[in-house]
Write a protein that binds this ligand. Structure first.
Ligand SMILES: C[S@@+](CC[C@H](N)C(=O)[O-])C[C@H]1O[C@@H](n2cnc3c(N)ncnc32)[C@H](O)[C@@H]1O
Ligand SMILES: [Zn+2]
Length: 332
């Protein structure tokens, strides 16, 4: 943890300021071990392996634990970087462009392995803070510790240990895995200062009827409960199918003028064409990600719109992403 993070921290119980009361080890600018304490109520929070810990899986509510455990395992295993992340991220946060990040104080809700926290930092944000409830923070910290404007915190999105100072907050692929997606959105929005901006990307209910009907029950009852090693092996079979159809059918068809017209009629064309450019490991990550989540909500556009209304957002732009999910951007 870099000491300059302190100015953004607030006690999750009483909103008091947070002080560094003990440092047990350092590595350059990073405080690797130590203790943080609330100046108001005295609650203590450890810094372990360079990460301030405001939540622990042994203390959060049961319905959040399985999700965090499963994704924690995922992001400690699939630690790879991919040059297509940049474009993919811009697709999820459109109409935001890299220049938008310049000099902004940015919050990422559910940063996973830190790939987007890293991009935001590289695009010139003043500071970026990525929070995640799971062990994914270990990978996120390893991936971003060399960036002097990037910070990683272990925390629950519903109980953020942060002041309301952010120019921009975003959350990609997280809210729909929460027990109460709207609650997570409201909590994230509550940290954006007046006039700041917010982006969110969630699974859509529209065009995903068969996933909701067929995949969701299998995921809830079977695949999310498997041992992760077993799921890692089992998920290679559906990955092989996705790999074959994207590399042999969707990708080539969409790249040819005549084929593109045919491809438009194929199911999930936008989505499968988008992932056709990824190699095996990234596609395996995507398939594993779909199978590992114990909770997945598919959000109707109308509900998603009402989240933005509830936070009083203006200049809201909501749009389809790959015709199977919703992305939103607005001023709050
Ligand atoms: C599908 S991953 C997406 C990660 C990242 N946004 C990305 O796109 O690479 C969902 C993430 O949400 C995190 N998460 C789940 N519940 C959370 C909670 N209550 N608070 C904070 N993070 C949570 C998981 O640990 C996981 O890293
Ligand atoms: Zn306190």
């Amino acid at each position: 943890m870099k000491e300059k993070l302190l100015q953004y921290l607030r006690c999750p119980s009483c909103a008091g300021t947070i002080q560094l009361t003990e440092t047990t080890s350092c590595d350059g600018l990073e405080i690797i071990g130590g203790t943080l304490e609330c100046a108001q109520c005295g609650s203590g929070f450890p810094i372990l392996r360079g990460i301030p810990r405001f939540a622990s899986l042994s203390e959060v509510e049961k319905e959040k634990v399985a999700t965090a455990e499963n994704f924690g395992w995922q992001w400690r295993h699939f630690t790879q970087a991919d040059e297509l992340y940049r474009e993919q991220f811009l697709g999820w946060i459109a109409p935001v462009k890299p220049e938008f990040f310049k000099d902004k104080v940015v919050l990422e809700g559910g940063c996973g392995k830190g790939r987007h926290t890293e991009l935001a930092a590289m695009w010139g944000a003043r500071e970026v803070i990525g929070i995640d409830l799971s062990e994914a923070v270990e990978t996120a910290f390893a991936n971003t510790r060399d960036l002097e404007n990037a910070h990683v915190i272990q925390a629950d999105i519903y109980n953020l240990p942060l002041a309301r100072v952010f120019d921009y907050a975003f959350s990609i692929g997280v809210l729909h895995h929460l027990p109460d997606p709207r609650g997570g959105f409201l909590s994230l929005a509550s940290k954006v200062k007046e006039g700041g901006h917010l982006s969110a990307w969630v699974y859509g209910a529209e065009n995903n009827e068969w996933l909701i009907k067929w995949l969701n029950p299998v995921r809830e009852r079977v695949t999310s409960k498997m041992s992760k090693r077993r799921l890692l092996t089992t998920s290679k079979l559906p990955t092989a199918l996705v790999y074959a159809v994207t590399k042999l059918v969707y990708g080539p068809l969409n790249r040819s003028v005549l084929g593109a017209k045919v491809a438009q009629k194929l199911p999930y064309n936008d989505y499968l064409n988008a992932i056709s450019r990824f190699g095996w490991r990234e596609q395996h990550t995507i398939v594993f990600d779909h199978l590992v989540a114990p909770t997945s909500h598919y959000i109707p556009r109308e509900d998603f719109e009402s989240w933005w209304q509830q936070v009083g957002a203006t200049e809201v732009v909501i749009g389809w992403h790959n015709k199977n999910s919703w992305r939103g951007f607005g001023r709050v």
